[in-house]
Design a protein around this ligand. Structure first.
Ligand SMILES: [Zn+2]
Length: 311
């Protein structure tokens, strides 16, 4: 989300810290690595975070990010306010393994298409996090944005679900229903060269999010935000939401032909640099509660995005 008010402050501190390596151990699950493409296999150890907001309040943010990324083997899709586009483009050229530049634009800005062309010329790889829209995501006025991103073959990440109040005493033209997960279905179908990522898995409409992801190969969701905290004591319920198998009756199209429904998740932290490992631990708790195969875990934590971004 665009407002950097200590969102992690809303969340409880995680329980015991688990070393990050726990999330990326060699495959021991039902799938063997030879079922993954060799490219995926080479990418699996790396964590790719689709949801890291550039911190305008930290003058050393790039330095701190690169340091962390080298320590935990992380690539961050860095969601960058337009004003900081050149700085982050330069940083991404200097640190291509650590930083993938994504442009944060306001879909309602009159010059949004000009901004997007500018970002493309600077080497940006996608847009996000789109949010705080004046109209539902599928409004016709936004289609030229998706059309352009589709031409670029970009990843576009949308906030989905409930959204915070930026101020508790000022009027604001913001409504969660404009950002419901089911809107992503139409965008994904009309623009098949897009990869559509829904942040927060539609919180609290997880079922809609999962079903949209199920039938649309170019849709994925992250589980950042309050969900993994809220659901901490009942994470196994996600087995009822990501319930199908792509290899059985439901021949859905998935990365590496992975039959697990959980393959439709990607890792996103939506956290400060000091919170990424904690969110990775929360994902690991979900994997453990839902018996997510080790090979699927690796795709969620980085393999899927590494393939799409050709890292
Ligand atoms: Zn968000």
């Amino acid at each position: 989300m665009g407002v950097r008010i200590s969102r992690r402050g809303f969340l409880e501190a995680a329980a015991t810290a688990i070393p990050l390596g726990a999330a990326v151990e060699p495959a021991t699950g039902a799938l063997s690595l030879d079922k993954l493409s060799s490219k995926a296999a080479s990418a699996v150890a790396r964590i790719v975070d689709i949801h890291l907001h550039f911190d305008e309040n930290n003058p050393n943010f790039i330095r701190d990010l690169v340091k962390l990324a080298e320590r935990i083997d992380l690539t961050a899709c860095l969601l960058t306010p337009y004003a900081h586009r050149a700085q982050v483009a330069d940083a991404a050229k200097q640190y291509p393994k650590q930083i993938v530049p994504f442009g944060f634009v306001d879909l309602d800005a009159p010059d949004v298409l000009v901004q997007i062309k500018d970002l493309h010329a600077l080497g940006y790889r996608g847009l996000g996090e789109l949010e705080f829209v004046r109209k539902p995501y599928t409004d016709a006025s936004y289609l030229p944005v998706y059309e352009l991103a589709n031409q670029y073959g970009w990843i576009v990440m949308f906030h989905t679900g409930i959204v915070l109040r930026r101020s508790f005493d000022q009027p604001e033209d913001v409504a969660s229903y404009r950002m419901r997960a089911f809107h992503l279905e139409e965008i994904a179908r009309r623009f098949p060269h897009l990869t559509v990522i829904g942040a927060h898995c539609g919180n609290p409409e997880y079922e809609w999010a999962a079903e949209v992801a199920r039938w649309n190969p170019n849709v994925f969701f992250d589980l950042s935000g309050s969900t993994l905290t809220k659901m901490k004591s009942r994470l196994a319920e996600f087995k009822n939401i990501f319930w199908w198998s792509g290899q059985g009756e439901w021949k859905t199209q998935t990365p590496a032909n992975d039959p697990s429904a959980f393959i439709k998740l990607v890792f996103g932290s939506d956290s400060g640099l000091d919170g990424i490992e904690q969110v990775a631990n929360q994902y690991q708790a979900l994997f453990n509660s839902c018996d997510v195969p080790a090979s699927t875990q690796k795709m969620i934590m980085g393999g899927t995005l590494a393939n799409i971004l050709r890292l």
